[in-house]
Design a protein around this ligand. Structure first.
Ligand SMILES: Cc1cc2nc3c(=O)[nH]c(=O)nc-3n(C[C@H](O)[C@H](O)[C@H](O)COP(=O)(O)OP(=O)(O)OC[C@H]3O[C@@H](n4cnc5c(N)ncnc54)[C@H](O)[C@@H]3O)c2cc1C
Length: 457
């Protein structure tokens, strides 16, 4: 009788459950026998955190709509899913994991898929370290439900301060505006963190035109509190009254339960698995608790995105069960949208920013080109701006950013494909892209932008 391999997965969302299901699929093919146990500290599994801002805005009716696969369905597939069970320590030599209730679980293979909890700085907490009722991040389904309750309780005319202008900050600002709340966005940088300044200022203008206040270069220093009630936010240079404060200042790899295990990690705690997901003998990792290899400059970067977590998890699960799939890295592509107060912007990027290119020893040339998402005589035509950067020496495409109306954002995918293949700015300028008047101009604006950069060399 063959021995069943005991696989213990910690974390039951995108990466962990992709890994678990793929391992079962591959095991059926390779003839391996797996007994998969998954520990999840919350009461939720396999949901789209990406949809939470749209639930908050009113586009999605219920948090249940965001659940891709229920706990019952995982269990029907043969997975021993234990909700409300937190891993607190691991002994890699003994191959055991200890849970918060003191249970010690043996494993043959450990999969770390613990994600990255939201950063909540000390200034956002009560002096005793507990959270205020009206201040918090947008990270989990429970957070989404709490924010909907807070929006309702605060009522029309209440003011929300959003700290941070990454894509979650922008999406939450949209949700709050569409709920009829006043919004201030505070960001310590020049605007949307994902973009170069000349592109992010377009997003800041749209936020302001939609009725939000945007304060750039604002390093938040603390909260204004009256008794136990938060009434405002201080930054170096100002104060804003606030009924609600959203923390959208990033996430940190959730690898604390591995502290003291001897496992190697990056300075931020992120794991760096090989392309098959292996981080050490009998230890695997995928998703937001990991860094990913960026192909454009061959560096590790922390890019906590669902699109990476699911691919990462699938490759890991396949390899763990005897397959050969591998995660080939990223080119740093991401996209979001801002739609409120009559404004509509699609925002996307791929590849490097200018500072990253310079840090990699490249000689970047970048230009912003303005154009139209469709032929100018069509009702679909919306303005779009494209930032294209290439390396002077090799003509290699290095990065593209897009800010514009409907249909603008996914243009970034063509640029991502060129980056993926290590192509040049000429490849982007001359490749065969689809054209008809409702979708594009005869020379698509992406190709015009690439051509303009190519002409600089
Ligand atoms: C508001 C929001 C919007 C987003 N929008 C996008 C988007 O548009 N596009 C995109 O690509 N990505 C987006 N993301 C990111 C995406 O949701 C994450 O990258 C993805 O969920 C990561 O999956 P994961 O499985 O690695 O981690 P998680 O989804 O964080 O899952 C990790 C799980 O592990 C559990 N866990 C942690 N520690 C322990 C422990 N010690 N014991 C037991 N269980 C533990 C956690 O409770 C959690 O359920 C968004 C995220 C948020 C919050």
């Amino acid at each position: 009788m063959s021995k069943r391999t005991r696989v213990l997965v910690v974390g039951a969302d995108a990466a962990g459950m992709s890994a678990a299901h793929q391992a079962l699929r591959t095991a059926r093919r390779t003839g391996r026998e797996l007994a998969i146990t998954v520990l999840e500290r919350s009461t939720h599994t396999s949901y789209s955190a990406c949809g939470i801002p749209y639930w908050m805005a009113g586009d999605v009716d219920s948090g249940d709509d965001l659940v891709a696969r229920t706990a019952e369905r995982h269990r029907e597939a043969g997975i021993d899913l234990r909700l409300g069970t937190e891993a607190v320590a691991a002994d890699l030599a003994a191959r055991t994991v200890t849970t918060a209730s003191g249970e010690v679980l043996d494993y043959d293979e450990l999969v770390v898929a613990t994600g990255a909890p939201a950063i909540v700085p000390d200034w956002a907490l009560r002096p005793d370290g507990t959270p205020y009722d009206t201040v918090g991040p947008v990270k989990t389904l429970d957070d989404g439900a709490a924010w909907l309750d807070r929006f309702d309780a605060a009522g029309d005319g209440a003011h929300v301060v959003v700290v941070g202008a990454g894509y979650i900050g922008v999406e939450v600002a949209e949700a709050a505006l569409r709920r009829g709340l006043g919004v201030t966005v505070l960001t310590r940088g020049h605007g949307l963190a994902l973009l170069e300044e000349e592109m992010s200022e377009r997003v800041a203008v749209a936020l302001c035109d939609a009725g939000a206040e945007v304060v750039l270069g604002a390093e938040v220093t603390g909260l204004e509190v009256d008794g136990d009630r938060v009434t405002g936010v201080h930054w170096d240079g100002g104060t804003r009254d606030a009924d609600l404060v959203v923390l959208a200042i990033g996430v940190r790899p959730g690898t604390a339960f591995l502290d003291g295990s001897g496992l190697e990690a990056a300075d931020n705690g992120a794991l760096r698995p090989d392309p098959h997901g292996r981080v050490a003998e009998h230890v695997w990792a995928a998703g937001d608790c990991c860094e990913v290899r960026r192909r454009v400059d061959d560096r590790w970067v922390f890019r906590p995105l669902g699109t990476h977590a699911t691919k990462h998890g699938r490759a890991l699960g396949d390899s763990l069960a005897g397959g050969t799939l591998s995660f080939p890295g990223v080119v740093d592509t991401s996209i979001t949208r801002f739609a409120a107060g009559g404004e509509y912007l699609e925002i996307a990027r791929t590849g490097l920013g200018r500072a990253e290119a310079e840090a990699a020893g490249l000689d970047p040339v970048a230009l912003v080109t303005e154009g139209s998402t469709a032929s100018g005589y069509m009702p679909e035509a919306d303005p779009v701006a494209l930032w294209v950067m290439a390396d002077r020496g090799t003509r290699r495409l290095l990065g593209v950013q897009v800010v514009g109306g409907r249909g603008a954002g996914k243009r970034v995918d063509a640029a991502a494909a060129v980056l993926w293949a290590g192509g040049t700015v000429d490849d982007l300028a001359w490749m065969d892209l689809a054209y008809a008047p409702p979708f594009s101009t005869a020379w698509d604006v992406l190709q015009i932008a690439a051509r303009r950069v190519a002409e600089r060399f």
